[in-house]
Design a protein. Structure first.
Lengths: 391, 109
């Protein structure tokens, strides 16, 4: 038996390179209990997959984020915090809008926005993949579906950033977190009021307000959903763009393959999702007493599903620490798995594909200034706030 | 609730109750029926909820969209009755029908 492994998902140092910590847990204590936080962490692909599939033993009500009291402090209902069949009914309102076929209609818009964000920097030979592009584009695209005007988008994004920011080893929600959330709630409350009378189009805001009118959603659920979209449609894709830029810089031979053959980019996106996805941990509660690898998990216990660890599990992916854009595995769980799987997965895939098609065409070679990389710190979402490069 | 049966490839039947408006994928996964993965959660992007509808033409339901049709091109053993379960909403006329499941989900690679 080796020395006990300790993992604090709030430790800023851990965020820089969590993979060796996760490997130690997978090898020595794959169903790990962090006593200080009172949370189990599952790190093997098989265990995380089981937790995603078995929605009765691993429930979302009262879970998803790491802080146990987030439900009380952040009171607007989001369907991500609910379970079937209620969850399924709400989710089905939006699912038709999120298929690859529906998302394809946003591709031209996304491409024009991406080009407009890249072009001004080409002559200056300096570019920050997140601060100049990644932070703007996903918010712009999701806002095109929720009718948030361009003039308001930086403000909403600022509040979303406030909500997720965690100081080093900050285990509870801070005033900044709660204020960011409440600012979004106030804004989206007014936004819903503005759109309540219609006309209700076929976009997200139209679907939401029509559902409210028909009694399928309460106003607070509408507000909660709009907050959820502003976070989920924004933070994770932003960070995925930064992670992809960073990994392609670390692996220039792989980057060259994409420059020479852009048709490989969708596969490369899948490999970045597996190798360095931006959704690190998602939380469930135990719905009924269960046993995993000899450990007894009691009803009500909180369980962190360590997605980025599962995606580096050698029992699932051969040579898991090798970044290989031709691998193209789609059974990574970067978007979760099953009934709660990320509704915006196709949208995220499309956005990141389009961004790198346009980026690599204009900036095929670049040097990231590693000493100037900066991170957002959050136990659920993992990625950079700044990825500055010269070329 | 609508009663329908999912029949695994090996002949194992699973009679379940499904709420009207849910999809065939949800009817299976909410009842933990083996043989339906539903990996992507119903956004028509993984083809792991492939199933065969009755071929007698009695079900009057919308045909597959071009996006579903393209995904079905990638599944192992596509037949004329193939559908992705996540794109088929359960209506009262599904009561009593049998949905056959394929030997493998996805491309079978």
């Amino acid at each position: 038996m080796t020395a006990a492994v300790h993992l604090d998902p709030y430790d800023h140092q851990f965020h820089w390179d969590p993979y060796p910590y996760y490997k130690r847990l997978r090898d020595h204590d794959p169903v790990y209990y962090n006593e200080q936080l009172g949370i189990w962490l599952l790190t093997k692909w098989e265990d995380v997959n089981r937790a995603f599939r078995d929605f009765k033993s691993f429930i979302n009500t009262g879970a998803v984020s790491l802080e146990p009291d987030s439900g009380e402090k952040l009171p607007f209902p989001m369907f991500i915090f609910s379970d079937p069949p209620d969850h399924t009914r709400v989710r089905n309102l939006f699912a038709p809008l999120m298929t690859p076929e529906s998302v394809k209609r946003l591709e031209d818009y996304t491409r024009q926005k991406a080009i407009a964000l890249i072009e001004p920097h080409v002559s200056s030979r300096k570019f920050d993949f997140v601060a100049d592009l990644g932070c703007f584009l996903p918010m712009d695209v999701i806002s095109s579906l929720t009718s948030v005007p361009a003039a308001d988008q930086d403000m909403v994004r600022g509040w979303a950033d406030d909500l997720i920011a965690r100081e080093d080893k900050q285990h509870d929600l801070s005033e900044r977190n709660v204020t960011g959330y409440m600012n979004m709630a106030k804004y989206f409350g007014e936004h819903a009021e503005k759109h309540a009378a219609g006309p209700h189009g076929d976009d997200l805001i139209g679907i939401l307000m029509r559902a409210e009118k028909e009694g399928a959603l309460s106003r607070n659920q509408v507000i909660g959903t709009l907050i959820l979209l502003a976070i989920a449609g924004n933070e994770t894709t932003t960070k995925l763009i930064g992670n992809m830029a960073y990994r392609l810089w670390q692996h220039p031979e792989q980057r060259r393959m994409l420059v020479e053959n852009p048709a490989l980019i969708p596969k490369a996106v899948e490999e970045v999702l597996r190798f360095d996805g931006s959704s690190q941990i998602i939380v469930r509660r135990v719905g009924q007493d269960i046993e995993m690898r000899g450990k007894k998990l009691r009803k009500g216990d909180r369980v962190g599903l360590c997605i980025i660890s599962a995606n580096r599990d050698a029992d699932k992916f051969p040579d898991p620490d090798r970044f290989d854009v031709s691998r193209g595995s789609r059974d990574h769980m970067a978007f979760g798995f099953g009934l709660h799987s990320c509704l915006g997965a196709s949208l995220a895939r499309m956005e990141v594909k389009v961004v790198f098609e346009e980026l690599l065409r204009r900036i095929p070679n670049y040097q990231i200034q590693e000493d100037r990389l900066a991170r957002a710190h959050n136990p659920n979402v993992r990625g950079f706030t700044n990825v500055p490069a010269t070329f | 609730m609508i009663k329908l049966t999912y029949l695994e490839f090996d002949g194992t039947p699973h009679q379940v109750e499904v709420e009207e408006g849910m999809t065939l994928m949800e009817g299976a996964t909410l009842n933990m029926v083996p043989g339906v993965e539903g990996m992507c959660g119903g956004i028509c992007s993984c083809a792991t909820c492939h199933c065969y509808l009755p071929g007698d033409g009695k079900l009057d339901i919308p045909s597959a969209s071009s996006g579903e049709d393209a995904m079905l091109d990638g599944v192992a053993e596509r037949r004329p009755t193939s559908r992705l379960g996540c794109q088929v909403r359960v209506t009262p006329e599904f009561d009593g029908i049998v949905i056959h499941l394929p030997k493998v989900q996805g491309s079978g690679d």
